[in-house]
Design a protein around this ligand. Structure first.
Ligand code: GDP
Length: 361
C-alpha cells in the first residue's frame, strides 16, 4: 500500500520518522513521502523530511502546551501551507494518506482531526489516522484530550488505527527510552502493513494486495494491528504449527490495542520465504482468526520476504466494542471529573461535532 504520511505534533513526528527509517532500511519503498507539522519549532528540528511550522503568529514557535483547542485552531489557520507541502507527494501512485499523532497532547490531538477533515475534502484516496493513546500512568490532561480527539478522529477518518502506549512498554525503561522502543515496535508493524501488497517477487495468487488492507478498514471506526514472529523451520511442513502459534500470539498478546480481539473484519498476513509458508497452516490460522474475532470477513494473504523468520500480522477493522477501549473512555471521563471537582463539565468522550469543530476553528 503506497502511503503518504503526515506526522502532527511531537509523537506524530517521531513516529513518522521511525516509519520512514524502517521503510528505508527494509528497502520496501512503500512510503511515498512524509511531512512533519508542529506548533513547536524545536520538535521539528531533527525530522529528516519536509516540515511545516503552524501557529507562528499565535504561539511563536513555542507549541500549544497541551491545549488541543488551540492545536485545532492553529492547524486550521495554517492548513493551506500544510496541504501545499503535501502536494508533490500525493501522486496518482498513492493508495492512502495517514495522519499520525499522539491523541493526548495539544498540536496532534487538536490538529489531527482538522487535518483529516481537510484531506478528505481534497483527496479521493482513503485518509486514515494512526493515533497513540496515553498510557495509564500519564496525567489527567492527556486522558481528557485523548478521549475527545479519539472520537473526533474516528468519525472524520476512514479508519483510526489505534496504538495504546501501554501495549509495547516494557518495565525498567525511562519514559524517553520507552517511547523509542514503542515507536520502533509500531514502525515495524505498521511498516510491514504498508509494505504488504508492495512485495516484489510476489506473483502467486496468495500474495496479499493493498486493496485487501483497504477493504478490511472499510467498515470505518477503530482498527488495531497485531504481530508476532518466530524462527522459521526448514520447510513449509515444519511451519504449520509455527504459523498457528504466531497467529495466536499476534491476536491474543500482540495487538496495538490489548484485549481487542472482537472485530468486524480482519486480515491475516503471513510473512516469510514463499516456499516455507505452509498453505495448510495459513488456512487453519485464518479459520481460527474467524472464530476468535467473530468476524465473517477474514481475508488472508502472504507477504514474501527473505527472512529466517516467519511472522503473522493481523489487521483488525471495527474494534470499537473492545473492553480496553471502554476502559480508556471511562478513564478519560474520570480524569475530566477529577480535574473539575464537582463542577458539571462537558463529557470528554463526547466527540467534537462537526459544528463544534467549525466553532473551534
Ligand atoms: P503535541 O506535540 O502537542 O501533539 O503532544 P505530544 O505529541 O507530545 O503528545 C503527547 C502524547 O503523546 C502523550 O500521551 C505522550 O505519552 C505521547 N508521546 C509523546 N512522544 C511520544 C513518542 O515518541 N512515542 C509515543 N508512542 N508516544 C509519545
Amino acid at each position: 500500500m503506497k502511503t503518504v504520511l503526515i506526522g502532527v505534533g511531537q509523537a506524530g513526528g517521531k513516529l513518522t520518522r521511525a516509519l520512514v527509517d524502517f521503510d528505508e532500511r527494509m528497502e520496501f519503498g512503500a512510503i511515498l513521502g512524509a511531512v512533519g507539522v508542529n506548533s513547536a519549532k524545536a520538535d521539528l528540528s531533527d525530522l529528516p523530511f519536509e516540515t511545516v511550522l503552524v501557529g507562528q503568529d499565535r504561539v511563536k514557535g513555542h507549541g500549544v502546551g497541551g491545549d488541543n483547542e488551540l492545536g485545532a485552531a492553529v492547524m486550521d489557520a495554517d492548513r493551506r501551507e500544510v496541504l501545499s507541502a503535501l502536494d508533490g507527494s500525493v501522486t496518482a501512485e498513492a493508495d492512502a494518506v495517514f495522519v499520525v499523532a499522539g491523541l493526548g497532547g495539544g498540536t496532534g490531538s487538536g490538529g489531527a482531526p482538522v487535518l483529516v477533515r481537510e484531506l478528505k475534502r481534497i483527496y479521493d484516496v482513503p485518509v486514515y489516522a494512526l493515533g497513540v493513546l496515553p498510557g495509564r500512568n500519564e496525567g489527567a490532561m492527556y486522558q481528557v484530550n485523548a478521549g475527545r480527539s479519539l472520537k473526533t478522529v474516528a468519525r472524520e477518518a476512514d479508519s483510526l488505527l489505534l496504538v495504546d502506549n501501554d501495549a509495547f512498554r516494557s518495565s525498567g525503561e525511562s519514559v524517553e527510552q520507552g517511547f523509542d522502543a514503542i515507536n520502533d515496535a509500531i514502525a515495524q508493524r505498521v511498516g510491514l502493513l504498508f509494505a504488504s501488497g508492495e512485495a516484489v517477487g510476489g506473483v502467486a495468487e496468495s500474495v496479499v494486495d493493498s486493496s485487501e488492507v483497504i477493504n478490511t478498514l472499510r467498515s470505518g471506526g477503530i482498527a488495531a494491528l497485531g504481530y508476532a514472529a518466530a524462527e522459521s523451520a526448514e520447510d513449509a511442513e515444519g511451519n504449520i504449527n509455527t504459523v498457528m502459534s504466531t497467529t495466536r500470539r499476534a491476536l491474543l498478546t500482540g495487538t496495538s490495542l490489548p484485549e481487542a480481539s472482537k472485530s468486524d473484519a480482519a486480515l491475516l498476513v503471513v510473512a516469510g520465504e514463499p516456499d516455507k509458508i505452509p498453505r495448510k497452516g495459513v488456512e487453519r490460522a485464518r479459520r481460527w482468526v474467524e472464530e476468535e474475532t467473530g468476524s465473517q470477513q477474514v481475508r488472508g494473504g502472504d507477504f514474501p520476504l527473505q527472512s529466517g523468520r516467519i511472522a503473522s500480522l493481523i489487521l483488525l477493522g471495527g474494534v470499537e466494542r473492545s473492553d480496553r477501549l471502554e476502559a480508556f473512555m471511562q478513564r478519560a471521563r474520570d480524569a475530566a471529573k477529577e480535574a473539575d471537582g464537582t463542577e458539571e463539565r462537558e463529557d470528554p468522550t463526547d466527540m467534537w461535532s462537526t459544528d463544534q469543530l467549525d466553532d473551534l476553528i
